[in-house]
Design a protein around this ligand. Structure first.
Ligand SMILES: [Zn+2]
Length: 313
């Protein structure tokens, strides 16, 4: 069976992949020429006239070194992104489950690297955080995902996985803060988990060192000051059984005024974590391993989350 010819992106939209080349990563030049066309997808093998390096046009893409026809690989990724499981994807696209697993890992890793590269210096002033519960290995082993979302644009800034403890929250907040242009100007909305409250000053505040008392002994540890532009509010839901009894708003750090300013900007009346909770619902639909009230669980602890992040679209 002859595969259909793919419309290849114009050469101007590609760039040299040689890190040592003067034109590395620069699109729109005329340095790339086609050496040959190979494979059933008519992939172009390119040469850079600047550094003489030769490479496949698929280098540094999610499909590099993939033996699966392009339409099938793309279709696998699309099925996974819409929430199909590994086996159902394999049946629908008519490929082996091991192919789906391999592409899932590959596309996920590529998405992660893309996120790493693009999501830097982001100008956000409000963030919502939450943790999502699931299972990995079998239905008895809990696994958690924690995420930071910009409630204004619904963009997912950070995503971490692991046990639900302080180190999970630390990794989440540190990763998020490192991607924000001004972490000291963030209003953070979270649930009642104590780790958020204890870690907020360290990650979103300024460090200062109090002077040593006298001339002996260890230097005092760093302390943290919360600037006027940062604040943290916790939304704690008290339940009796399955019924929601009361919502407690706890202003953990910073001023109430800063939180009110954030609410104004977002068009909210009261502090809430609605954006991240909406995201939780969507994410559960998009990951077959996380659908609620089913026997669903991830066979391995590596659900491909970057597949359904906005950045990937
Ligand atoms: Zn080059």
């Amino acid at each position: 069976m002859k595969e259909k010819n793919h419309t290849r992106p114009p050469l101007e939209s590609l760039a040299c992949v040689n890190l040592d080349c003067d034109l590395y990563g620069q699109k729109g030049g005329s340095n790339l020429i086609i050496r040959k066309v190979y494979g059933r997808d008519n992939i172009r093998y390119l040469r850079c006239r600047c550094c003489q390096q030769e490479f496949s046009e698929r280098k540094n893409t999610a499909l590099w070194n993939s033996k699966v026809p392009e339409d099938k690989a793309v279709s696998v990724a699309e099925h996974l992104a819409e929430g199909c499981g590994i086996k159902s994807t394999a049946r629908l696209v008519k490929v082996d489950p091991s192919t789906v697993r391999r592409l899932n890992r590959k596309v996920g890793r590529h998405g992660q690297q893309y996120h790493e590269q693009e999501v830097q210096n982001v100008a956000v002033s409000e963030l919502q955080a939450d943790e999502r519960h699931g299972f990995a290995g079998n239905k008895q082993q809990p696994a958690w995902e924690a995420e930071l979302i910009d409630p204004a644009s619904k963009f997912i800034l950070a995503h971490v996985q692991g046990a639900r403890d302080e180190s999970l929250i630390r990794r989440l907040l540190q990763d998020g803060a490192s991607r924000v242009r001004h972490p000291q100007e963030v209003a953070l909305f979270t649930d009642g988990l104590a780790a958020y409250r204890t870690l907020f000053p360290e990650i979103f505040g300024y460090a200062y060192y109090p002077p040593r008392q006298g001339t002996r002994g260890p230097y005092p540890k760093a302390r943290f000051r919360i600037p006027r532009t940062a604040a943290h509010v916790q939304i704690i839901k008290h339940q009796s059984g399955y019924r929601l009894k009361e919502i407690e708003i706890r202003y953990a750090h910073g001023s109430k005024k800063r939180i009110e300013q954030a609410l104004d900007r977002l068009g909210y009346n009261v502090p809430n974590t609605s954006a991240i909770e909406r995201r939780n619902g969507t994410a559960r639909l998009m990951s077959a391993a996380q659908v609620r009230k089913t026997l669903a669980f991830a066979k391995k602890g590596e659900a491909n989350v970057y597949d359904n992040l906005k950045v990937h679209r």
